[in-house]
Ligand binder design. Structure first.
Ligand code: NAP
Length: 312
């Protein structure tokens, strides 16, 4: 399809939600174009074993699951393009998507841009990303074989990262700011029972060192109950503290909550007719691969209905 052609539907994001939308839209003969952003495949592509996606009694690796869904959508005619979305003109129909060096025209848009890992905002954190500070255990864990590793957070992501990192680390310390955990019981129990994993609770990280050496050597920690501060030697700090929705480019155009998650009615409707949102960018409650897939399906079905009602 040429650059000036008007698309029926563009899907922003190639995670579980966007790709499920692509399967449904492609099977409806809408020839969807999926824009793959800076994290192709979304969060599943950087996770390990997925044990709760129906249909896989022994679990499936996240990247394999995502690749399968991508192939499934391609089989019905979905197209893919690597692109960074700069802005969308929501005031005109067709909508105009500004990709920097290129513009795309589309009758409908499905926003499935997901959410990205959150950082702590420490003074030295950004300078040490890629040098021992990471939000992706599957990507970077290998580099710290035989070394002590620290994981920050008290949710399922932190437990999953900690468990995965035991494959490489000499020991893993989970640092959490409270003494109760958001993590599911099964994940927390697994981490607690693992001989390589230790916990430091009621503790926050105030900074990470050492920028000069270009590697992580220690964390400055503070116990919130005793106010005690100390330097804790470690070789890496992995963040497992949740995610930020990827919808900054929609600021002022679509409704968001105070944390930037897109607000939708009837699951997937934004306030702009023809623009639908699905997956983690609009779901701060469930945030599961299966619920993201579910709203992806709904968004594509609403696109089909919307175009049909317009006589397309
Ligand atoms: P989450 O459940 O929101 O947990 C984030 C954790 O990070 C919380 O413990 C939170 O502490 C902590 N935190 C947040 N900001 C912090 C800060 N600035 N400083 C220190 N700590 C901070 O996020 P998640 O673990 O990424 O999980 C998100 C969803 O995905 C959940 O529904 C989860 O079940 C699901 N998930 C499932 C699996 C699996 O089943 N295999 C794996 C990963 C994720 P507080 O508790 O004090 O707020």
């Amino acid at each position: 399809m040429g650059n000036n052609a008007i698309r029926n539907v563009v899907i922003l994001g190639s995670g579980c939600s966007g790709l499920t939308a692509a399967i449904y839209a492609a099977r409806a003969n809408l020839k969807p174009l999926v824009l793959e952003g800076h994290e192709p495949g979304g969060q599943l592509s950087i996770t390990t074993l997925v044990e709760n996606f129906p249909g896989f009694p022994d679990g499936i690796q996240g990247p394999e699951l995502i690749e399968n869904i991508k192939k499934q959508a391609a089989r019905f005619g979905a197209e893919y393009q690597m692109a960074h979305l700069v802005s969308v003109d929501f005031t005109k129909r067709p909508f105009v998507l500004n990709l920097g060096s290129q513009q795309l025209l589309t009758r409908t848009l499905i926003i499935a841009s997901g959410a990205s890992a959150r950082w702590l905002g420490l003074p030295n954190e950004q300078a040490l990303i890629g040098h021992g500070v990471s939000s992706c255990a599957t990507c970077d864990g290998f580099f710290f074989s035989g070394k002590p590793i620290t994981v920050i957070g008290g949710g399922d992501s932190a437990m999953e990262e900690a468990l995965f990192l035991t494959r490489f680390a000499s020991e893993v310390t989970v640092i959490h700011r409270r003494d109760s955990f958001r993590a599911s019981k099964i994940m927390l129990d697994r981490a607690r029972q693992h001989p390589k994993i230790k916990f430091l609770t009621d503790t926050v990280v105030d900074d990470v060192f050492d920028v000069k050496q270009k590697e992580v050597t220690a964390l400055r920690l503070r116990n919130l109950k005793t106010a005690k501060e100390w330097d804790f030697p470690t070789s890496a700090m992995f963040l497992g503290i949740g995610h930020e929705p990827n919808a900054k480019w929609a600021d002022g155009h679509l409704d968001t909550d105070s944390d930037g998650y897109l607000l939708t009615k009837n699951y997937v409707f934004t306030r702009v007719p023809g623009v639908f949102a699905c997956g983690d960018v609009q779901d701060r409650r469930y945030r599961q691969a299966i619920s993201a897939a579910g709203t992806g399906c709904m968004a594509a079905m609403e696109v089909e209905k919307f175009l049909e009602e317009e006589g397309r």
